[in-house]
Write a protein that binds this ligand. Structure first.
Ligand SMILES: *[C@@H]1O[C@H](CO)[C@@H](O)[C@H](O)[C@H]1NC(C)=O
Ligand SMILES: *[C@@H]1O[C@H](CO)[C@@H](O)[C@H](O)[C@H]1NC(C)=O
Ligand SMILES: *[C@@H]1O[C@H](CO)[C@@H](O)[C@H](O)[C@H]1NC(C)=O
Ligand SMILES: *[C@@H]1O[C@H](CO)[C@@H](O)[C@H](O)[C@H]1NC(C)=O
Ligand SMILES: *[C@@H]1O[C@H](CO)[C@@H](O)[C@H](O)[C@H]1NC(C)=O
Ligand SMILES: *[C@@H]1O[C@H](CO)[C@@H](O)[C@H](O)[C@H]1NC(C)=O
Ligand SMILES: *[C@@H]1O[C@H](CO)[C@@H](O)[C@H](O)[C@H]1NC(C)=O
Ligand SMILES: *[C@@H]1O[C@H](CO)[C@@H](O)[C@H](O)[C@H]1NC(C)=O
Ligand SMILES: *[C@@H]1O[C@H](CO)[C@@H](O)[C@H](O)[C@H]1NC(C)=O
Ligand SMILES: *[C@@H]1O[C@H](CO)[C@@H](O)[C@H](O)[C@H]1NC(C)=O
Ligand SMILES: *[C@@H]1O[C@H](CO)[C@@H](O)[C@H](O)[C@H]1NC(C)=O
Ligand SMILES: *[C@@H]1O[C@H](CO)[C@@H](O)[C@H](O)[C@H]1NC(C)=O
Length: 816
């Protein structure tokens, strides 16, 4: 969701902190709610940078298992007045971050929508889970589901019908984008599996998932239009336009969202920025065309908070629910005035909007509600949420909300235990010289860096990049409120005490970077280990200014390593960090611990001391140098033209490892890389077709959620044997990459991830990793036929332990 949260969390005014002021216009765009913004243009779907009209908006059919719920929803909606229908699709200020009002005469108690992707944010006595990037780094399907289920249970117990997550947009086109950490990986396949598992987990708990932000939301700067500060109704420039060609749209940015639809996500959130020139929430090509027609999405599309810029035009283009309801872009005007609300009643009554479209909007909203049995004994909204909700505090409410039920419910259950495991599983061991780790009961431990200790200002974190205190998560609407947390320093101290050790620490980066560290240490003896804790902040509404660690972290490492021969560096980070000191001989170990959530310190100590064997792998690439990355966010447009903010995705499919591999660029740590305390071996790759009549084109089957079901049929099996050749138990991740034949169109990446399996292996144990390759996995998107096509010629199937440690491979000819 939106926007302002990083400042609103603290109940402070807008425009605070480091947030890019450019993103914040005042309220009140003027656009004609009753006319199409897009001129009719017959340009074909494939034209780069254009967004053709795709109308009308398809009706829900209930296909794929929602048929019975659809019948209930239809019968229910038939009882509504036009005013009630308008209410059902228009948010109001209320106790939750998004609210649909109750209709008491039908025993409907309304809908409560809450942030976000790693916690129910507006809540007390709730858990803060590992972030998306940590979850992606685990490469563990069971963990992804377990986390989704546990989160879903907390949302439900707090009375939230809809969890505003998970995130596949941004995907991670640019290493700098401020919200990459909310999602899982810059690889669409890994992200897609994580989407599917998370959504299934949320919805198995009885909570609706919301896949966001659809689509191409790959940077924060200028994600919204800008308004004249003096005349707030005058828009001075449009939001950035993500200009994405058709093939790239399908193979990268849509891909994980297809998994989300396949998993029957109840809702999607359309994005702030424009897509090929047209605003995300009024883009008929993306909503009516790609999402509701091609992918067969049966749920509802809600706007990001304030991303609705028209009424009827957006509705005809496929938008089903306006959030938070009032005029954007940063609508603290909630219900009135609205592009929806009363305007829908007017439009229906004067004939500019067909009742059948409004009915479809409401039916799409109510079908997943009935499918998940949310009409039966759903918990009430915890009254404490209303007080914690700085987004729409009580004084802004214009409608009635009756809050009943137990206040400040503790919904945390035993989740601390699994968060501790997840934090460790999402940490990646990048270097471990001479078996430095695991630590062997060191007696004298020196800890350095402002990421080690307690946040000194407040436990209500994540309003900004605070200097002192460890990072558990990033900022903005995707963060959480901590009921407690365990810092690295607390956990290290308590572990050292058990071992009869001691811990000295220095937390001021400026001091460490500018000191001769030996003068700090000598009186205390040469430490057995120096642990340097670095952090890298990222937040919604702001892209990262650089890829280094914050607070002069690189200088802190150099300073410590120049004296300490056993320097272990740990990063808490939103994702990519350049690590220029990685080859320093005294830097003996590096652990990328990402954003592990509330049990951070325990997750870390479990790894450092070997109670848990590291098994995370990078869900992105660490280049030799920040300048090696292509596809930076489009920034610093300093012309004043209305439409000057354009982001041309000219690198096409070549993001992250697809780019580095295509250009044969040496990287520091490649996509998929990660060390263990044990060693693994791999052998016996077997690849076999599941049919002998595989055709290039998929059979044209009726669309199901996820698109043509033929795309999801397994057509090849592959397997490898993986052995633990070391002396401790550990988990290996077997990664399968596909190289398409040379007959595939130009621009096809050399290799793309198309399977992964995590195996837990005792010393000496061997297990088989089995992969099922679906038709989609072996196809490219053909812009001419508008189909997924399996190319003719020789495919190479590689399996290994990273994108550049490809241990075994085989070639197969799939068609012809
Ligand atoms: C349709 O859009 C394309 C690309 O923006 C443009 O070149 C063309 O002139 C438009 N056609 C019409 C009929 O407006
Ligand atoms: C949706 O269903 C309604 C009522 O059955 C029908 O009138 C309308 O034409 C349908 N719309 C589409 C796009 O099929
Ligand atoms: C807004 O008004 C102030 C004071 O009159 C002026 O200095 C400023 O340039 C105006 N801003 C714009 C964007 O017109
Ligand atoms: C309808 O939308 C317009 C903006 O186009 C707004 O000014 C007006 O207040 C809205 N009406 C209602 C009833 O919300
Ligand atoms: C709220 O409910 C009360 C009593 O049920 C009613 O009198 C009042 O008009 C309602 N207010 C609004 C804004 O609906
Ligand atoms: C690492 O191991 C090598 C070979 O055993 C040894 O020469 C070297 O001193 C060790 N380095 C450290 C830092 O322990
Ligand atoms: C951190 O160290 C620097 C350099 O010694 C000093 O100027 C600064 O005041 C210190 N910060 C705090 C919060 O003590
Ligand atoms: C590594 O640490 C030792 C002190 O233990 C120091 O003498 C040496 O200069 C350091 N190496 C580098 C490259 O800084
Ligand atoms: C990174 O690249 C820039 C520009 O090419 C160069 O100036 C800088 O020295 C490089 N840094 C490293 C660590 O290689
Ligand atoms: C912005 O303006 C400066 C100086 O006029 C120019 O050098 C720079 O290239 C411009 N940046 C962009 C993105 O146009
Ligand atoms: C890639 O680069 C390496 C080292 O720079 C070189 O040995 C190799 O031949 C290159 N491969 C290709 C395909 O260019
Ligand atoms: C391919 O063969 C399988 C049996 O091996 C059969 O079920 C299927 O219908 C065939 N598909 C086509 C497209 O001929």
């Amino acid at each position: 969701m939106a926007a302002i949260l990083s400042s609103l969390l603290a109940g402070s005014v807008l425009l605070s902190g480091s947030v890019n002021a450019q993103n914040f216009g005042s309220n009140g765009p003027v656009e004609d709610a009753f006319s199409y913004v897009q001129p009719l243009n017959t340009t074909i779907l494939t034209e780069y940078g254009s967004s053709p009209p795709v109308y009308p908006s398809p009706n829900i059919t209930g296909v794929g298992g929602w048929e019975a719920a659809l019948e209930k929803a239809r019968a229910w909606v038939a009882q509504l007045t036009t005013e009630e229908k308008a209410d059902m699709v228009t948010g109001q200020a209320g106790p939750c971050v998004g609210n649909i009002v109750a209709i008491p005469r039908l025993n409907f108690s309304g809908l409560c929508l809450q942030d976000g992707p790693l916690a129910i944010r507006v809540a007390d006595f709730a858990s803060v889970f590992a972030a998306g990037v940590s979850t992606g780094a685990s490469w563990d399907k069971d963990l992804m589901y377990e986390r989704g289920l546990a989160m879903g249970r907390e949302f439900k117990a707090k009375g939230a019908h809809v969890a505003l997550g998970p995130v596949a947009g941004p995907l991670g086109r640019s290493a700098y984008a401020g919200r990459n950490w909310e999602g899982f990986s810059s690889d669409p396949y890994l992200s897609g599996v994580a989407m599917e598992k998370t959504i299934t987990g949320h919805q198995d708990a009885g909570v609706q998932a919301c896949a966001k932000h659809w689509v191409g939301n790959e940077q924060e700067i200028q994600r919204n239009p800008v308004y004249d500060p003096n005349v707030t109704t005058v828009k001075t420039s449009n939001a950035i336009s993500s200009n994405i060609d058709d093939r790239t749209m399908h193979e990268l940015y849509m891909w994980p969202f297809a998994n989300a639809v396949k998993a029957k996500a109840a809702s999607f959130m359309c994005s702030y920025q424009r897509i090929n020139g047209s605003y995300g929430c009024q883009n008929s090509a993306s909503q009516n065309g790609l999402l509701k027609t091609e992918l067969g999405f049966q749920g509802y599309v809600m706007s990001d908070w304030g991303a609705t810029h028209t009424g009827v035009a957006a509705i005809e283009a496929g938008l089903d629910m306006n959030m938070p309801g009032g005029l954007g872009p940063y609508g603290l005007n909630f219900g009135v005035p609205s592009f929806f609300g009363g305007n829908i009643t007017i439009a229906v009554n004067n004939g500019s909007l067909d009742t059948s479209r409004v009915d479809d909007m409401v039916i799409r909203i109510m079908t997943p509600y009935f499918w998940l049995n949310q009409d039966q004994n759903f918990p009430s909204i915890d009254p404490s949420s209303a007080d914690l909700n700085t987004f729409s505090p009580r004084r802004t409410w214009t409608r009635n909300f009756t809050l009943t039920g137990e206040r400040s419910r503790d919904v945390r259950s035993n989740h601390a235990e699994l968060i501790r495991r997840h934090g460790a599983a999402g940490s990646v061991l990048l270097k471990n010289k001479n078996g430095t780790l695991p630590l062997k009961a060191p007696r004298n431990i020196a800890v350095f860096g402002n990421d080690a200790g307690e946040p000194t200002q407040s436990s209500v974190l994540n309003q900004n990049n605070y200097e002192f205190g460890t990072l558990f998560a990033g900022g903005g609407s995707g963060t959480g409120q901590f009921s407690y947390f365990v810092t690295p320093l607390q956990a290290l101290q308590s572990r050292a005490r058990q071992d009869g050790g001691l811990v000295h620490y220095w937390l001021n980066n400026t001091l460490i970077a500018n000191s001769n560290v030996s003068t700090l240490l000598i009186p205390r003896g040469q430490p057995d280990v120096c642990i340097v804790m670095l952090k890298t902040w990222a937040e919604e509404a702001d892209d990262r200014p650089h890829l280094s660690s914050d607070w002069d972290g690189d200088a802190v490492v150099e300073s410590v390593a120049s004296y300490c021969a056993n320097t272990v560096v740990v990063t808490h980070s939103s994702g990519v960090n350049t690590l220029p000191w990685s080859d320093h001989p005294n830097v003996t170990a590096i652990l990328a611990a990402h954003f592990p959530g509330e049990e951070s310190g325990n997750s870390l100590v479990d790894l450092l001391y070997g109670d848990v064997n590291p098994s995370g792998h990078l869900p992105y690439t660490i280049a030799m140098n920040g300048t090696d990355y292509n596809a930076p966010p489009t920034t610093a447009i300093n012309t004043t033209g209305f439409d000057d903010w354009q982001s041309w995705f000219d690198e096409k499919l070549e993001i992250d490892y697809r780019y580095f591999d295509a250009k044969n660029i040496t990287v520091r740590y490649e996509f998929g890389f990660g060390l263990s305390y044990t060693t693994f071996n791999m052998s016996n790759l077997e690849v076999s077709p599941l049919a002998n009549n595989i055709t290039s084109f998929p059979e044209n089957l009726p669309i199901q959620p996820g698109g043509n079901p033929a795309l999801w049929e397994s057509i090849y099996n592959a397997s490898v044997s993986v052995s633990n050749t070391g002396s401790v138990a550990g988990a290996a991740v077997a990664q399968l990459y596909v190289g398409l034949p040379s007959s595939a169109p130009a621009g096809t990446p050399p290799r793309q991830l198309r399977g992964f399996e995590k195996l837990h292996l005792e010393p000496g144990e061997t297990q088989t990793a089995a992969f099922e390759l679906m038709r989609r996995d072996l196809s490219y998107w053909d812009i001419i036929s508008q189909q997924w096509v399996i190319p003719e010629g020789e495919f190479t199937i590689y399996v290994g332990f990273s994108s550049r440690d490809l241990v075994v491979h085989d070639t197969v000819t799939v068609v012809g």
